[in-house]
Design a protein around this ligand. Structure first.
Ligand SMILES: [Fe+2]
Ligand SMILES: [Fe+2]
Length: 359
């Protein structure tokens, strides 16, 4: 049996030991053969590594070459994305410097400056391609904690606009996202990058990042919602999160927004064996287990808006048929009506079918 970091898991690997979450609830049981969905789920639950059975007699499974969808290619070759990428790379450097100044040199955090720098990244996006899609495709270039924080901040910005918050609230939500994982930068790098098995103390150190981030932000005298978002973004509406096992309204509303943006960013990350995950699969995972864990109203608005981006787009189904997404079913956003040739396929009535790729 071998411990493999979640980020290096590949479909087909067999789980050698039950995987439990922070509350010791079973996530994946021993003997399960991993699928792409399960790996994403493990990631969404913040599982850092998994024990995998070693099969010395079997030849190693060939790893499929990274698969990049043509939609992804189209996004990446567009001038809007090229501009976005340039702005992103420029701003991630100043973001990193600003955060490092706070973490390492205890220099006062300038939230306004942080906001204006990061928002510059999306100021040139003109709506042709959604910000979420562009962020999605940036993950192949930079997977650091800084990039994750920047992404979550920008997703929160888009999300807060979808929630029709006023300008001040949108800025606050963005700042909450930008700073939500600042506590992770206080966890020794040796633990974060440690290749071997983590001890119980090391796990505990990583799980302290919400409290450490909160303490630091309180000292910086920033808005209390920003502090709360750092403290509570791993809390879940059903009380299964950490560190406080808070439930429902006990969780700051900005932390509830950040929680959704945070998991969305983690789920859409590209992996070694494939490009970014199809958004319909992400939505399906949220729909299958998200409604107890996240704020239902917020999650509905988020998923509906994500889905609407793909209306009238062409897609490929798991049976290889291609068609156009022509109608969104509000009772299940992951199962729209797809027009294939002259045939209208309502995916609500076809549980065996699913969208696997946006074309
Ligand atoms: Fe976190
Ligand atoms: Fe995070």
């Amino acid at each position: 049996m071998k411990r493999i970091p979640t980020i290096e898991l590949v479909p087909g690997m067999k789980v050698a030991q039950n995987v439990l979450n922070f509350n010791r609830q079973l996530i994946v049981s021993q003997g399960t053969v991993l699928t792409d969905n399960l790996i994403t789920k493990l990631d969404a639950y913040g599982i850092l590594d998994v024990y995998i059975e070693e099969e010395p007699k079997e030849p190693p499974q060939p790893v499929a070459p990274p698969h990049v969808s043509s939609y992804s290619e189209r996004v990446k070759s567009s001038p809007v994305f090229q501009q976005f990428k340039e702005d992103y790379e420029h701003n991630i450097d100043s973001f990193r410097d600003a955060i490092n100044n706070v973490v390492e040199k205890n220099i006062q955090l300038d939230v306004k400056k942080l906001l204006s720098d990061s928002l510059e990244v999306i100021s040139n996006s003109n709506g042709q391609i959604g910000v979420l899609d562009m962020l999605h495709n940036m993950r192949e270039y930079d997977d650091s904690t800084f990039a994750h924080c920047m992404n979550v901040g920008l997703i929160c910005n888009v999300f807060a606009n979808w929630l029709k918050m006023n300008e001040e609230e949108v800025e606050l939500a963005t700042a909450c996202g930008l700073l939500h994982d600042i506590g992770k930068l206080l966890v020794p790098r040796s633990i974060i990058t440690k290749p071997g098995k983590l001890s119980a103390e090391e796990y505990a150190a990583i799980q302290k990042h919400p409290v450490r981030g909160y303490d630091m932000l309180v000292e910086q005298n920033v808005d209390e919602h920003i502090c709360n978002a750092a403290l509570m973004h791993h809390e879940r509406s059903d009380g299964t999160g950490y560190p406080g096992r808070l439930a429902g309204d006990q969780i700051d509303k900005y932390a509830r927004i950040v929680a959704i943006a945070d998991v969305y960013d983690a789920m859409t990350a590209a992996r070694v064996y494939r490009g970014p995950m199809c958004p319909f699969r992400v939505i399906e995972i949220f729909e299958s287990e998200g409604f107890q864990r996240y704020d239902v109203q917020y999650l509905l608005v988020f998923l509906e808006n994500v889905v609407n981006t793909y209306l009238q787009n062409r897609c490929r189904l798991n049976n290889n048929q291609t068609g156009e997404i022509i109608y969104i079913n509000r009772e299940k956003f992951s199962r729209p009506v797809v027009k294939c040739g002259n045939q209208y396929l309502n995916l609500l009535e076809h549980p065996e079918l699913s969208i696997v790729e946006i074309l």
